[in-house]
Ligand binder design. Sequence first.
Ligand SMILES: [Zn+2]
Length: 277
Amino acid sequence: MALYACDEDDYIYAASAEPAKEYWCIECFGTVKVRRGKDRFPHFYHTQASPRCRLYSKSEDHLVAQLQLQNLFPPGELRIEQPFLPINRVADLCWEKEKLIFEIQCSKLEVPEAESRIRDYRTAGYNVVWLLDDRLYNRKNLRPSEEFLREHISYFFHLKHSKYYDQFEIFADNKRVKKGKPLYINLQRPIPMRPPDSDLLPKQIQRRVQNTSKYFLGDRIDRAFQPPFALILENWRVLEIHLAKKYKKPSRWVLWLNRHLLQPYLNLLNRIAVWMD
Ligand SMILES: [Zn+2]
């Protein structure tokens, strides 16, 4: 479902669309019509299945999240479902003034798709800010793309309370083995990235600094630049080192030794003990 569609010569918002009239999807150009209901806001639906269209697979929660974010900003500041024809993309929300794209993720995402979306928007001159629905993301088990996205500008959101937050966290063995409390952020306050003063920063800060050109007031990077948080950062740096050791997998050489020497030796000892009984 989508909030905008193409009319003969313009984009039209679902609330202004005529019932039963056929419009065109701004992404796949399939036929769409408007749907209105007592308990739902107006949106366009595809009259035929179009599984490859990203707007087709958007859930109602996705549209709600788009509108919630737009409402945080002054009217006209964020444009919903902004088409980028040269790269064949439709951005969830575009903040033209800051050259930022907000991509809302309420469904699973593969790493190659995340990479190509970041790359495509970069060629168009925009940076992507990922907003991950915490009913699907920020769980104990990591989703495949989550580790990748968290090294870029990405935050979690809580749809019901319309809250956007970052957090300190440590991943190991495809799991989130440690996370800090939510750090609520102000999405209206992007700050240009600058090189950090210290080399002794947690890896999660170093990686994100390399991958992004902006951060937001209140997020992990913002904390890293503030002297009162030095002790907290040091704590996370030490935790990262400690947990990396704890979850480190044995090398192939150690596994080989274990399999071909240690285990046969233990089996032999076991047999001798049984024989001597
Ligand atoms: Zn479509």
